[in-house]
Design a protein around this ligand. Sequence first.
Ligand SMILES: C[S@@+](CC[C@H](N)C(=O)[O-])C[C@H]1O[C@@H](n2cnc3c(N)ncnc32)[C@H](O)[C@@H]1O
Length: 293
Amino acid sequence: MFKEFIKKWRQYRYRFVPWISLNLKERSVREVKTGEHDKIIPDEQLVDSLLGILHALFDNEPSSRTTHHLNVSQHHEEAMSMDEMYELYKPRSFEDVRSLHMKNMEKLYDTTGFVIDRCPSQLIGGGRGVAVTRGKIPKHSLVALYPGTLYQPQDPILFQSINNPFIFRCIDGLLIDGNDSGLSKFIFKSCHGRERIGPFYTCDMSWLTDFPINPLGIGQYINNRSNDHPANVAYQEVDLGDSLQFHLRQYIPHAWYQSPGYSDYRCRTVALVSLRDISEDEELFSSYFTVVH
Ligand SMILES: C[S@@+](CC[C@H](N)C(=O)[O-])C[C@H]1O[C@@H](n2cnc3c(N)ncnc32)[C@H](O)[C@@H]1O
């Protein structure tokens, strides 16, 4: 009986195993070998595009803020009392955030030729996704950012991860919690406040709302590819080091869970890069399936 079973298994084994591996091969896998990176475009090109967009967003700020902020970042501080400074940089009201979001969507269109936004997904049970609402995206462009709290591999994340589909794992084990509700939201807000330097914010927390002032910060809503909807964007991890000027940090939708200290400022971000030309009204899809060897 046992010998019969072994004989049959030997016959079938070869029939099923290639079938399974064939199916796995058909997936568009994000496959990263040890010591390798999975760059779609050079990091320098990605950072240049991002900085171009952030500079454009900064132009949309009230001129009283931009002039002063630039003076501070270039160490040409003007004599201004603390009270005056706090008045100048007082937190934006909900209405201010909403109108800046609208202005920045226009600015994104002027700078890149496209606008993306959250909208109901075409996928059954897919909840909300992200689509190109205006213009078209050329191949190999920066499309979105995956926002959220940055966790080092040793940081505790158990409670935040319960029932949380928004945790992105980078190749080196760094985690990004892009959930904009519940405990994750409280933690991001807290880190955002902690990282403030005097009146200046060093990251953006409006991605937690429906009106992100950096309109790229909605990449966590991009749905997974399916057979009918192949991936048209892919993740690319990039570290923003010294290239990120102080006055542009206010648009970065990331805060470290554990403060890195001001002297050692490094910011990981995960960008979504287009794999082909994407036209207006198309939904964006990425592959969630990553194999790290
Ligand atoms: C990172 S979230 C994406 C945003 C999500 N659609 C929403 O509305 O909150 C991942 C979740 O989206 C849904 N999702 C993503 N890709 C999907 C797909 N191809 N088909 C069905 N649901 C999908 C699943 O519920 C998954 O847990």
